[in-house]
Structure formats: structure tokens, C-alpha cells
Design a protein around this ligand. Structure first.
Ligand code: NAI
Length: 242
């Protein structure tokens, strides 16, 4: 159980982030929900957490790619909740295209949100974890970061980067009692993948179906509570990457 713990979840207004926020709330954690723009959706998730599970939940508008905004947001979360015990770096975007024609902007934006966004959050929460002599970080990578994917060079690079970030942070903070792990989802049924249902790749999933946000949230909650696992990459992909 996570009673008394404070969980900061990025990209929590929909999809996997929403499922993670609600799962952690169901285990008793208070939730600081970071969202990019859809305030109504973020507040609806907070209401569900508070009314269904009786925890405190609050939404924060913040672009995770912006170092200064992240610093201010973490400061505000600390003022509101006292600290952060669990950080889930879930915010992510895709800007797919073949590498031969990919726009520089599309490469930079994906790295800025998916990889630097996770760094920014870790960078500004680490002081709190060190002070608490503990904490857990769960970063959402992707099967694409492990296997690569044609048409997603920017996204795959960002998600492979998240794995390197995860393992480095795990090594750096282990002596402080802080764990850092990654979840690598495969094809999960969310807004991000709504065009993929009929793709040939989806048809190659050994378990024969896309995953659900709740199945990813289970893995995140497991890693958030697992004191003796760090630097791991947990695949939640129906067997696609084996
Ligand atoms: P989604 O598109 O439904 O949700 C992404 C969330 O991130 C949204 O709430 C969005 O507002 C937020 N976000 C985007 N840019 C942001 C920014 N600059 N600052 C703050 N928040 C921002 O996507 P989904 O499917 O729920 O994905 C969540 C995570 O899981 C992403 O990191 C994604 O790359 C990863 N993932 C998803 C897979 C899938 O099949 N859906 C597979 C593998 C990984």
C-alpha cells in the first residue's frame, strides 16, 4: 500500500498517465498530476482520485520540456504536499516520419518532451528523494526504444535514451535508497495509437491483442513499491520484444 506517499505523475490527464494516477490513488497515494493543456481532463482525473479513493489530488499545468517550469512545478508540489516520494515520467509525444525527410523540429521536439522532460523532473525531484533517504522513479520507455521502428527514429532514440537515463540514475541514487526503473510498453490502446489497430505490427503481438493502460499501470505500481529492483526495464508488450 502507498498510504502517506506522494506520487507525481506527468501526462496524467489521459491514456496511460491517467490509469497510473488512478492506480496509485487506489493504493492510497496522494497524487500531483502534471498536464500539458487539458485542464478539464486533468481535474476530472483528480476528482476521481479524491472521490473514489479518498486521497488528495491536485493538477499542475507544466510543459515537462521546460527546465524552469518543471523547477517551479516541483517547488509548488512540495509546498502543497510536503514532498514527492514517487515520480512517474509518463508524458510523451510522437512526431513520426521517415528519417530521410524528418524535419529537424520533429526530432528536437520529441527528444525535448520524452527524454529531456524525464531528466528535468528527475533533476528537480532528486533533492527531495535524497532528503527523504528514499523514493522511486518509474520512467515510461517503449518497446520501440528497445527494438527500433521504421518511421520513428526520433521517438525510438528518445525512448532508448530513457533507458540509459534510467540505468544511470539507478546507479547514481542507489546508495541513497532511491530506485529508478523503466516500463517498456508495446502497443497500448490510447489516443497515441488510435491509428495503429490495423497496422501489420499490431498483428504480430504474440498475445494477439493490444494492451490496456491499466495493464501498464499495474507494472508501474509494482515497480513503485519494489524496494529491491532498480535499473530494470519491465516489458509490458504482449511478448512483442522477446
Ligand atoms: P497520450 O498521447 O494519450 O498521453 C500523453 C500524455 O502526455 C498526455 O496527457 C499529454 O498531454 C502529455 N504530454 C505531452 N506532452 C507534454 C508536455 N510537454 N508536458 C507535459 N505533458 C505532456 O499517450 P499514451 O499512449 O498514454 O502514452 C503515455 C506514455 O507511454 C508516453 O510516454 C508514450 O510514449 C508511452 N508509450 C505509449 C505506448 C502506446 O502504445 N500507447 C507504447 C509505448 C510507450
Amino acid at each position: 500500500m502507498l498510504n502517506g506517499k506522494i506520487a507525481l505523475v506527468t501526462g496524467g490527464s489521459r491514456g496511460i498517465g491517467k490509469a497510473v494516477a488512478e492506480k496509485l490513488a487506489s493504493l492510497g497515494a496522494d497524487v500531483a498530476l502534471v498536464y500539458a493543456g487539458n485542464r478539464d481532463a486533468a481535474e476530472a482525473v483528480c476528482r476521481t482520485c479524491a472521490e473514489t479513493y479518498g486521497v488528495r489530488a491536485r493538477a499542475y499545468c507544466c510543459d515537462v520540456a521546460d527546465f524552469t517550469q518543471v523547477k517551479q512545478t516541483v517547488t509548488q508540489v512540495k509546498a502543497d504536499f510536503g514532498t514527492v516520494n514517487i515520480l512517474v515520467n509518463n508524458a510523451g509525444i510522437t512526431r513520426d516520419g521517415l528519417v530521410a525527410t524528418m524535419q529537424e523540429r520533429d526530432f528536437d521536439d520529441v527528444i525535448a518532451v520524452n527524454l529531456k522532460g524525464a531528466f528535468n523532473m528527475i533533476r528537480h525531484c532528486t533533492g527531495l528523494f535524497i532528503r527523504n533517504r528514499g523514493g522511486s522513479i518509474v520512467n515510461i520507455s517503449s518497446v520501440t526504444g528497445v527494438m527500433g521502428n521504421a518511421g520513428q527514429a526520433n521517438y525510438a532514440a528518445s525512448k532508448a535514451g530513457v533507458i540509459g537515463l534510467t540505468k544511470s540514475v539507478a546507479r547514481e541514487l542507489a546508495a541513497r535508497g532511491v530506485t529508478c526503473n523503466a516500463v517498456a510498453p508495446g502497443f497500448i490502446d490510447t489516443d497515441m495509437t488510435k491509428t495503429l489497430h490495423d497496422s501489420p505490427l499490431a498483428a504480430t503481438i504474440p498475445l494477439g491483442r493490444m494492451g490496456t493502460p491499466e495493464e501498464v499501470a499495474e507494472a508501474v505500481a509494482f515497480l513503485a513499491q519494489a524496494g529491491y529492483i532498480t535499473g530494470a526495464v519491465l516489458h509490458v508488450d504482449g511478448g512483442i520484444a522477446m
